[in-house]
Design a protein around this ligand. Sequence first.
Ligand SMILES: O=P(O)(O)OC[C@H]1O[C@H](OP(=O)(O)OP(=O)(O)O)[C@H](O)[C@@H]1O
Ligand SMILES: Nc1ncnc2[nH]cnc12
Length: 181
Amino acid sequence: MTDQSTRELLLSRIRDVADYPKPGVVFKDITPLLADPKAFTALTEALAETCVRHGATKIIGLEARGFILAAPVAVRAGVGFIPVRKAGKLPGATLAQAYELEYGTAEIEVHAEDLEAGDRVLVIDDVLATGGTAEASLELVRRAGADVVGVAVLMELAFLKGRERLEPALHGAPLEALITL
Ligand SMILES: O=P(O)(O)OC[C@H]1O[C@H](OP(=O)(O)OP(=O)(O)O)[C@H](O)[C@@H]1O
Ligand SMILES: Nc1ncnc2[nH]cnc12
């Protein structure tokens, strides 16, 4: 589990940007964290520990910021990395799911052949805001016949109630946030 000093280090490297990408939104910018090797390594280690603890066999990363976190975690944990991309970017046969987020609407896709029954999937992303992206990713995993062992995020924006929205789609699997704001 992540200790308080690690959480404080991670939090200290997240920058608030007011009114981005539109008025009223406080954007949580993780680029300072990524640029600090101590913080990025601590984050990767914490998420890899989550992966191992839940016995995940595959990690899904959500484009684009989720990729940055999920890929090194998959390498560290020794499991496969599956990209879930914004619609229109994957060349093979896909499963697609539309969703709404804090500042717009979107559609995500996964290669259908990347997931199968028996897979134990951990979904990783940087931010849980309204929960729409994570909810759509869980739909994709289940439609592919795989099992969800959890959702792990760097930060949860609790005031947007993403946890409540995600709850039914989790089917009892845990949602773990290193930082709750
Ligand atoms: O809980 P939600 O309301 O769905 O919001 C969270 C999602 O929003 C952000 O991604 P975004 O779609 O902005 O794309 P990006 O990673 O390409 O910047 C973030 O990285 C999460 O994936
Ligand atoms: N406020 C926010 N900051 C960063 N990423 C986000 N994704 C959705 N809402 C966000």
